[in-house]
Design a protein. Structure first.
Length: 205
């Protein structure tokens, strides 16, 4: 379901002047599934405001292995994109469209004006970035110090449904492991009575 700009929480924090400035400078943006928004090392010139769809932010490991840092949906700012845009610094990760994306782009010049002139918006954005940064650090620590099985179980039991429609390959992309490893670990977790492997998905018991 697509959102109107007026439905976004941050929009309600802007003054009438801020809302007008935003609307005058937003540029519609769309990208299909599997498109790349930016690569590690790119310097972002705009921030993305997601109206519908989802984005996966990840780092590349050895070979084809990737590690998902976080995922984004509507009305969620991207910490890597925002930092890169504000400070003109190289992005530290890659961003891929997971489901068809629609939204808007806002360039750095206007973003900095809003941050300077709109204190409530500025406080909201920096608080959100700080919260996301803490979660990002926790994810990196998990990748470095936690076993794949522990991360797999954490992922399984944190899903919003007990019937998870996902491929073993997709889980591997999220956790930074090869599909055969994920399949073997899932079978082990099933043998422990915690899940049931089904065609095209997993049932959490």
């Amino acid at each position: 379901m697509q959102m109107r700009l007026e439905d976004f929480y941050f929009y309600s924090l802007l003054s009438d002047e801020g809302k007008a400035l935003l609307k005058e400078n937003l540029r519609p943006f769309s990208m299909q599934e599997q498109g790349i928004l930016y690569y590690a090392g790119d310097v972002c010139e705009d921030i993305l405001i997601i109206e519908s769809g989802s984005v996966r932010v990840f780092v590349q490991g050895d070979g084809d292995v990737t590690y998902t840092l976080y995922a984004l949906g509507a009305d969620e700012p991207c910490i890597v994109n925002t930092f890169s845009t504000i400070f003109s610094s190289a992005a530290v990760a890659n961003a891929e469209v997971e489901s068809d994306l629609n939204g808007w782009l806002l360039n750095k010049k206007i973003l900095l004006r809003l941050l300077a002139d709109e204190p409530e918006y500025s406080a909201y954005l920096y608080a959100t970035i700080s919260k996301n940064f803490s979660a990002l650090v926790g994810t990196i620590e998990d990748i470095k110090f936690t076993s794949v099985k522990e991360r797999l179980e954490k992922w399984l039991f944190s899903q919003p449904t007990t019937h998870i429609k996902v491929t073993h390959e997709k889980i591997g992309q999220h956790l930074g492991s090869a599909r055969p490893v994920i399949s073997r670990l899932l079978k082990s977790i099933e043998d422990e009575g915690k899940i049931e492997l089904q065609h095209g998905g997993i049932k959490v018991l």
